[in-house]
Write a protein that binds this ligand. Sequence first.
Ligand SMILES: [Zn+2]
Length: 199
Amino acid sequence: MSKTPDNSPANPSARHLTGVAPRSLALLTRGNPMLARRSDPVTDILSKEFQGFLDDLILSGEENMGVGIAAPQVGKNLRAFILAPKPSKRYPQAPSMDPTPIVNPVILGSFGPMEKDWEGCLSVPGFRGQVPRSHGVQVRFLDRSGTAHELTLKGFIARVFQHEFDHLEGILYPERMEKEERLLDLDEFFAETGIRVPR
Ligand SMILES: [Zn+2]
């Protein structure tokens, strides 16, 4: 997902695992066909190339103050994303997590009501929209060491997971918005919510 107004630098211990300094990767924006493609499973998690890519993806998310970033957003159609939620004015209850790579994720099921809340996206810069998402999801994924995990996620983190998972399916959040909703630019978003998002 996209910028929060007030997040802090992430724990650098999650980086530099390959001994190669990570690089910041260019972000693709809406309209680029790579963002509309279904991504392929990761087959060689432990390769130096993929581990280095995860470090690059973490850095790219941090530099753009993202609470999540998915591989297709930097032009790699692989099923991997980073979760990096931070508490913000908008979501004071959001957990603060070190950037966490999620590989080959599966959404096993969803539960609870559909809830609408504001989302933004590094690939849809300068806008916000109200997006309905399931309150909770049960998920399975591999971590960067290839170990499988099953988790039940609720609220903000479940929303971020669903948003990032959609990137792997070639779906951007405006496509999830209800017909009567429209994208707001950041001035309109401020007028509506009183939240000033840095550009
Ligand atoms: Zn996004």
